[in-house]
Design a protein around this ligand. Structure first.
Ligand code: DGL
Length: 258
């Protein structure tokens, strides 16, 4: 099958999280078209097993392939850890880009930083995260912080509620007396509550996420495969959600354009 340059790029996540990556993709490649598939019916992924997340991701890719796509961005750290290596083997014709916790930027920007990495339990448990930590010898320490309930607040559209702040306090207060230089948002849902998170750490802590880096990597891979679209004008953005709930589409749009 000949893959066409002007087909859309599929962007997938367990829900509205990957919208934080879609925002960066649209900013970098405004003439490309995107199909965003949020799998809120199956969210959260982060407390499931690797096998379950692989199966779900494979099914979602199958559905999107039938729509006609030229590339897949797995805008979910959890699904990337669980599925990307296998999907690349199975779908060698398709450009597949994953996301990983953004440990590299603080290792470049800061001098031997101590990094606190917020992510889902599955992302932090996986081999891929251990390999990522081993790659950055300039980093003093990477402290994993599993946040099992955080995704659910964001899926409910709770971006600044009292309960959210209570949970963030529970997660982050133990690190107040620890020297932390950088905080990595290792789940694509978390940038949607970055302002809330920032209120629970010292203002000297620099906060990173992998959205912009993933967008740059997507463009690099499209160029390499000679798949950059050649249409003029603004690309189209289609947003789908497996829950069938119109409210999730509205929340996705609100997060994309805010
Ligand atoms: N946005 C997903 C990630 O980046 C959230 C996973 C979940 O559904 O638990 O890891």
């Amino acid at each position: 099958m000949k893959i066409k340059k002007n087909l859309p790029i599929a962007v997938i996540d367990s829900g509205v999280g990957g919208i934080s990556v879609l925002r960066e993709l649209c900013a970098l490649m405004p003439t490309e078209s995107f199909i965003y598939f949020g799998d809120s019916k199956n969210a959260p992924y982060g407390t499931k097993s690797r096998e379950e997340v692989l199966k779900i991701t494979r099914e979602n890719l199958e559905f999107l392939k039938q729509r006609g796509i030229k590339a897949l961005v797995v805008a979910c750290n959890t699904a990337t850890s669980a599925a990307v290596r296998v999907l690349r083997e199975e779908e060698s014709e398709l450009v597949i880009v994953g996301i990983e916790p953004a440990v590299k930027p603080p290792s470049v920007d800061l001098d031997h930083p101590t990094v606190l990495c917020m992510a889902t339990p599955l992302t932090l448990k996986e081999e891929k995260f251990k390999r990522l930590c081993a790659r950055f010898s300039d980093v003093e320490d990477i402290i994993p912080l599993p946040c099992p309930r955080l995704v659910e607040f964001i899926e409910r559209g709770e971006l600044d509620t009292g309960e959210l702040h209570e949970y963030l306090e529970e997660l982050l207060s133990p690190y107040r007396d620890v020297k932390i230089d950088a905080l990595v948002l290792g789940c694509t849902h978390y940038p949607h509550v970055k302002d809330a998170i920032a209120q629970h750490v010292s203002p000297t802590v620099k906060i990173y996420d992998g959205g912009a880096g993933t967008a740059r990597e997507t463009l690099r891979r499209l160029r390499e495969a000679d798949l950059v679209g050649d249409r003029d004008g603004q690309g189209e953005i289609e947003i789908l959600n497996s829950s069938g709930d119109e409210g999730m589409i509205e929340l996705s749009r609100r997060l994309l354009y805010r």
